[in-house]
Design a protein around this ligand. Structure first.
Ligand code: AMP
Ligand code: GLY
Length: 439
């Protein structure tokens, strides 16, 4: 089969890396891909949000299966467009993508189907919201309704912070129309965990669990990021908890999709808060998590292509999905300053010094001619004598280094031993990914 993966981050690198191992994949393309994905797929310079471009590419290349990585093209309806052009697509259609693209849509869904979640109210009028500040007490959870690249949630500790956030979201419109509506939620206390599931119209199958580290600094300090590392399986998931999640969340969600005519096919990513009253849903995403995927897919024994195709044909129940016993730890190397502003085009050194069985998933990387970069931007890697194509940083999260081991500790030691061999100016990474201290 000829497969096109849409996206160009660490998640898409992990998906391409796994698909490339399938004997059934005859050709693999990625749009737009990145400097690491190039090693396993033919990268095509079409942006993931260029829907027309993606559809034309898929038609011209006679793609048999398209796999959509990020949420934005899904919310824009890329699946509907590709399916209309006769191309099988893994990733939910526009209607179902509202489960990530609209917080209020998801809250209504959860409430209607009695799935445990935080109590909430929604507001479209700034004045009304300002007069309701503190309705659930503090901290006050405020969420821009639409997609905001993971930045649309504010946890305000007091009235002043809440008023400032409301002014930013509804007054200055920092998230644009994503902030036309704001959802205010009860603050949930507990430990967070994520669960990824394969879903078709008849079946929901949880993947192995993963634990994400969202804050930028060790000890969960500093601002939220897209994710600074993960480990899998998460030690928080006991068989009892898995059973509770299946009974109270997964089964009612699938039944809800069926009752509401939501023909969801793809990955449902459930953000959970494990509270004293049991697991509660914080959010739904409609795609693989990043960097959860980078520690989950290396543990998948089965052929990922078989699963993707089965989902698009509503045959998920027929595929046997098996996992490796080995544990995985993924540590993200980010640009200095991330998640705030950061510099790009720093030459990345030491990639050739990484062990063969360690996976370096590229997130924000590109290939650049060192002659064009100029010495000043090359950083400590220095100004190499002969101009050459170098791998450089091009995003906030740059690489995800994933190692496997018989135990979490073994995987963790190996991931850190290897990430130390990689260098770029300003490189930062958390030192406590996979340290099990939350139990
Ligand atoms: P979300 O984008 O909805 O996952 O929210 C981002 C982060 O905000 C979550 O990972 C939680 O840490 C936090 N958060 C969101 N909703 C709540 C809530 N109701 N109570 C406590 N923390 C929350
Ligand atoms: N790691 C969180 C996300 O992918 O949204």
């Amino acid at each position: 089969m000829k497969v096109l993966v849409v996206g160009g981050g660490g998640r898409e690198h992990a998906i391409c890396w796994k698909l490339a191992q399938s004997p059934k994949v005859t050709e693999l393309l990625c749009a737009p891909g990145n400097a690491g994905i190039e090693a396993v797929a033919r990268c095509v310079d079409t942006g993931a949000e260029d829907i027309e471009g993606i559809v034309s590419l898929a038609k011209e290349e006679n793609i048999d299966l398209a796999v959509i990585g990020p949420e934005v093209p899904l919310a824009m309806g890329v699946t509907d467009r590709l399916e209309k052009a006769g191309i099988k697509t893994f990733g939910p259609n526009k209607k179902c993508s509202r489960l990530e693209a609209s917080k209020s849509f998801t809250k209504e869904f959860l409430k209607r189907h009695n799935i445990p979640t935080a109590g909430y109210r929604e507001f479209t009028c700034k004045e009304e919201l300002l007069s309701s500040v503190g309705i659930f007490g503090y901290p006050m959870v405020l969420k821009a309704d639409g997609l905001a690249a993971g930045k649309g949630v504010v946890i305000a500790e007091n009235r002043a912070e809440a008023e400032k956030a409301i002014e930013e979201i509804m007054g200055e419109r920092v998230f644009g129309s994503a902030g036309d509506k704001v959802v205010v939620e009860e603050f949930l206390t507990g430990v967070e965990a994520s669960m990824l599931c394969f879903v078709d119209e008849k079946t929901i199958v949880p993947m192995e669990s993963a634990q994400d580290y969202k804050r930028v600094f060790d000890g969960d300090k500093g601002p939220n990021t897209g994710g600074m590392g993960t480990y899998s399986p998460s030690l928080l998931f006991t068989p009892e908890l898995e059973e509770q999640i299946r009974e109270r969340i997964l089964e009612p969600a699938l039944k809800g999709f069926q009752e509401d005519g939501l023909d969801f096919k793809g990955v449902l990513f459930i953000g959970l808060m494990l509270t004293e009253e049991g697991p509660k849903v914080i959010e739904f995403n409609n795609r693989f998590g990043d960097p959860e995927t980078q520690s989950v897919l290396p543990r998948l024994e089965s052929d990922l292509l078989d699963i993707f195709v089965a989902v698009t044909e509503n045959r998920l129940a027929d595929v046997d999905i098996s996992w490796k016993e080995d544990k995985a730890v993924c540590v993200v190397a980010a640009s200095g300053g991330y998640p705030g502003s950061y510099e790009k085009n720093k030459v990345i050194g030491g990639l050739d010094r990484v062990d063969e069985d360690v996976m370096v998933f590229h997130a924000g990387t590109a290939k650049k001619d060192t002659a064009q970069l100029g010495c000043a931007s090359l950083g400590k890697e220095g100004c190499p004598g002969e101009p050459h194509m170098a791998t450089v940083t091009s995003g906030g999260r740059v690489l995800g280094v994933t190692a496997m081991g018989k135990t979490h500790e073994e995987a963790r030691a190996k991931a850190y031993d290897n990430i130390k061999r990689i260098r770029f100016e300003g490189m930062q990474y958390r030192k406590d990914i996979g340290v099990i201290n939350k139990l």
